[in-house]
Design a protein around this ligand. Structure first.
Ligand code: PGA
Length: 282
């Protein structure tokens, strides 16, 4: 395995589900499920992303636990006459640490483009939020053999004007649109192939690594090699183990199966093997 230096991350995207009471219940169930696990060393980084209106409730329920708080979207501006929008500062003030950017549902239904994704990514980094940037092709694009071109374009556009040291906290999620909420999984080796393509796109974009990612022997990892890449699209307890055996997949962004602790906890459990394999190589 070549992934020993990257974290394993399991993030739940609750989408437009969970009012405050149900958000609190689900958070408590996840926290106590994680607590009852005997070995904390094996835990992946766990993130849950409730809707804005349940952020405070979820934050309070997660307090003191191993589970981190994320948001599903944000505006890139600081404040102003932008009715209905939420700024990065409004998120950090609520204890939000992670933010999903450019989810395909935002691109499809709310007019987000590669350039707004880039603006949001830069704003998130400026506010020390950890961005989870989503990329992925539609079914039509896959059938027209455009997967690689689309993903390369989305990644390149998202990264425009970033400095290489800003990649240290970046997370990318490969989410083929046709696999989201459909029960249709992208085969794990194919998801791995696209994740590797994302890494090489990052390397092409930044050229020779200069900044970070020190290896044990003092040499440097290529930048594409330090960015955790998650897979998203109908992830379930039954799919996670094979996905986590892929060398270029570092975790999962989970939608439907993150809404019930009976499904989300086994996904966390399934990711532990990768944490153990990673740790053993450090
Ligand atoms: P899904 O959603 O797991 O329900 O397919 C994933 C996502 O949209 O992030």
């Amino acid at each position: 395995m070549t992934n020993s230096h990257r974290k394993t991350i399991i993030a739940g995207n609750w989408k437009m589900h969970k009012t405050r009471g149900p958000a609190r219940e689900l958070s408590h169930a996840i926290v106590s499920g994680v607590k009852s696990e005997s070995d904390k060393q094996d835990l992946p980084v766990i993130v849950v992303c409730p809707p804005f209106t349940s952020l405070q409730e979820t934050h309070d329920a997660l307090r003191g636990s191993h589970v981190h708080l994320g948001a599903q979207n944000m505006d890139y501006r600081e404040s102003g006459a932008f009715t209905g929008e939420i700024s990065p500062t409004m998120l950090t003030e609520l204890g939000v640490k992670y933010v999903i950017i450019g989810h395909s549902e935002r691109r499809q239904f709310f007019g987000e483009t590669n350039s707004t994704v880039n603006l949001k990514l830069k704003a998130a980094l400026a506010h020390k939020l950890i961005p989870i940037v989503c990329v992925g092709e539609s079914l039509d694009e896959r059938e027209a053999n455009l997967t690689d071109a689309v993903v390369r374009r989305q990644v390149g556009a998202a990264l425009a004007d970033l400095e290489d040291d800003q990649l240290e906290t970046l997370i990318i999620a490969y989410e083929p649109v046709w696999a989201i909420g459909t029960g249709k999984n992208c085969e794990a080796p194919e998801a791995n192939r696209v994740a590797a393509l994302i890494r090489s796109t990052i390397n092409d974009h930044f050229g020779t690594p200069s900044g970070q990612g020190l290896k044990g022997d003092g040499s440097r990892h290529a930048l594409g090699d330090i960015v955790p890449i998650l897979y998203g699209g109908s992830v379930k307890p039954s799919t996670i183990e094979e996905q986590m055996e892929q060398p270029d997949l570092d975790g999962a962004l989970v939608g439907g199966a993150s809404l019930k602790s009976e499904e989300f906890l086994p996904i966390i459990e399934g990711a532990k093997k990768r944490v153990r394999l990673s740790c053993s190589k450090v």
